[in-house]
Design a binder for this molecule. Structure first.
Ligand code: MLT
Length: 404
């Protein structure tokens, strides 16, 4: 009989967001009349623009005609889309051949974990997007879960707290093979400056670490001085891979389209280009992003698409400002929400799951407990700015009624 993967047995619970959904459903069952508002998972709510849906519809119709039909394409994605990503989103500082299109950043992170395997030691920001750690556990790159520390053995946790402005000193980093780094950060909403990323890149090069840089929220950066890509930093091409996505700026959370940039200069210890092995992984366990959806990606990156993307981002950032203003009025210290669609609210001395439960059960608003992102998230809850305006306004009214 098949033995259970022992690495899966190391995970103490289910994945964070299904667990939150389970608790939301339990609340709904207990209060069938309640209109629960979700500011939990960062799930986009606004419809795709007609410009995008027309591109998708045209591509879908083409599939029904003999001269428009296409089957398998290049696993790396349409050449035109790889070129557009390099030009429009990276100002041509990356080569289209280094851009591999995919079905999303989360899936690419999982495949990168397969690429680096069980022997790669890892460092993560704490708190961090749960896939970095959970995926590392599944491939066997960590030790067991230590209940008392709420940490896995063998993982270096870089605490990101208000005291260090959510940017840990890279000089404290031990030489790990991989460093997961997300900016704009999920969940704290903090964005690293150019100097901070330069310090991280310098340490990674010194330690011969590879940074897996998650820029899924980079279109949410409003401050022009802040870097949107690790490849704006000198030296990053020798030490970084960047994963990113159409999900949050274009509303493709359910449509699915993302990409990873792997520079040609990046090599393993034995000199093998990482891109060569990344291509091997992608051609082996992935068959390319949907040809229909890639046409949507192309539309998102033309002039009209980019202008609409800015509008969509602007809309969600107005939501973020409303949530922040509400928390300020309530006297709740909060961070982020200025260059990122997440607001990180501090409830010192409280257990974040208790705060989550109180907000859910008292005013029927779903948040995400900070402890779900790592031990340094304890005492925080995350508010997502993704929602219809009406729901955000209603949520802010309700939050003010909370008995804190
Ligand atoms: C989040 O809420 O942290 C993210 O939206 C989840 C995801 O992108 O997978």
């Amino acid at each position: 009989m098949a033995k259970r993967n022992a690495n899966l047995a190391k995970l103490p619970g289910g994945y964070l967001f299904p667990e939150i959904n389970r608790r939301k459903k339990a609340c709904q069952d207990a209060h069938p009349e309640a209109d629960i508002i979700s500011l939990g998972i960062g799930n986009t709510t606004e419809p795709l623009t007609p410009h995008i849906t027309q591109a998708l519809a045209k591509a879908a119709e083409g599939m029904g005609m003999s001269d428009g039909y296409s089957g398998y394409g290049d696993e790396q994605g349409f050449e035109a889309l790889r070129g557009k990503i390099a030009e429009k989103l990276y100002n041509n500082v990356v080569d289209p051949e280094e851009v591999l299109v995919s079905d999303g950043a989360k899936c690419d992170i999982g495949r990168l974990q397969l690429l680096f395997g069980a022997d790669a030691s890892v460092a993560v920001q704490d708190p961090s997007y749960p896939v970095y750690v959970d995926g590392s556990v599944i491939v066997g790159a960590t030790g067991d879960f230590d209940e008392s520390k709420q940490q896995y053995g063998g993982v270096h946790y870089m605490a990101c707290t208000p005291e260090n402005n959510f940017f840990p000193d890279p000089a404290d980093l031990p030489p790990t093979d991989l460093i997961y780094f997300c900016s704009p950060n999920n969940p704290t909403g903090a964005v690293a400056t150019k100097d901070q990323l330069k310090a991280l890149v310098d340490v990674a090069r010194k330690n011969r670490s590879i940074i897996i840089f998650d820029s899924a929220y980079s279109p949410y950066i409003c401050d022009p001085e802040l870097p949107r890509s690790i490849f704006e930093i000198d030296g990053a091409r020798e030490c970084a891979i960047e994963v990113s996505s159409f999900s949050k700026p274009v509303g493709f959370t359910g449509v699915r389209l993302g990409w990873t940039v792997c520079p040609k200069e990046l090599v393993f210890e034995d000199g093998t280009p990482v891109l060569q092995d990344w291509n091997r992984i992608m051609t082996t366990v992935f068959n390319g992003a949907s040809n229909i959806i890639q046409h949507g990606g192309l539309a998102a990156l033309d002039e009209q698409g980019l202008a609409e993307m800015r509008e969509t981002v602007g809309f969600y950032m107005e939501n973020a400002a409303l949530i922040k203003a509400c928390l300020d009025d309530m006297g709740v210290q909060n961070y982020g929400g200025e260059n990122a669609p997440y607001i990180w609210a501090h409830f010192p001395g409280c257990d974040s799951w208790d705060v989550f439960a109180k907000i859910l059960n008292e005013v029927f608003v779903v948040t995400t407990p900070g402890a779900g992102f790592g031990p340094a998230g304890q005492g925080f809850v995350r508010f997502s700015a993704f929602g219809h305006r009406k729901s955000i306004l209603e949520a802010t009214q309700r939050l003010k009624r909370l008995s804190l």
